[in-house]
Design a protein around this ligand. Sequence first.
Ligand code: SF4
Ligand code: SF4
Length: 253
Amino acid sequence: MILSGKCGIQSRDCTLSQGVMPLSMDTKNLHITDLFKNFAKVQQELLRDCQSEMRQPVNGRFDRLLAHRSFQADSSVLRRALLDPYFPLGMLEQTVFADVDGMRFYINKRRHDLEPGLTEELEKWSEAFLRIRLDIQKLFDPETITCIPLDGKRHQLPTGQWCTLCGVCCQIGGVPPLPPAGVRYPDYWNTYLAGGAVNNQQLCPFLFQYFGEQRFFCAIHNIKPIACRQFGEEECRRRLVERGLHQYHVTHA
Ligand code: SF4
Ligand code: SF4
């Protein structure tokens, strides 16, 4: 059954945003970075617009992304992760797929020699996301473990607080994985939290996105590591200033 609502129809092509290449374009030689950005941009728009909660929108650019020659993993993993309303597409755009302008270097993420590494990283992020999502449900109470219940429904985001949920403080290589008293993490959570989810981890895999909004939240907020609990307003301001030293450039395909 096709649900009503702005995005109730699966596989529809929404009104094209500026900077998104048309579906009719030949994309077989496109770089993985462009394919990902095209997909991510439209998917986030669909998620933001979607009125129906339990049905996830799919945009026509997804199959083109999956068809990229460098993917090795089972495509169902990518499908389940990348179409989930909490998968951090916007954060991957800001980190993994963004050019990096350091003090003494520049990394262009459209370099062809980077393609195998980028596709592998996308696969690993997808696996990590699904694994964490499943374990949150199996081992903890998904209604209370985070500040936003992970039930696929829209809930009001926290308001009236200094944190804007920009997610910048969770763009990190790792944190000491020490849990609060009375909590025990699965062993692999310790590895992920400490920075071992991918090589050169630059994003915490517990950071989820809220329905395509540029709002990111900790999926384990109420049991997050002590180091994260101690991160306060002053550290936040410092972190946002320091971000300028290593600038990520989000360019559109
Ligand atoms: S950097 Fe500051 S505002 Fe952004 S998510 Fe972290 S604590 Fe919140
Ligand atoms: S555990 Fe939560 S608060 Fe800590 S870095 Fe990861 S996403 Fe951010």
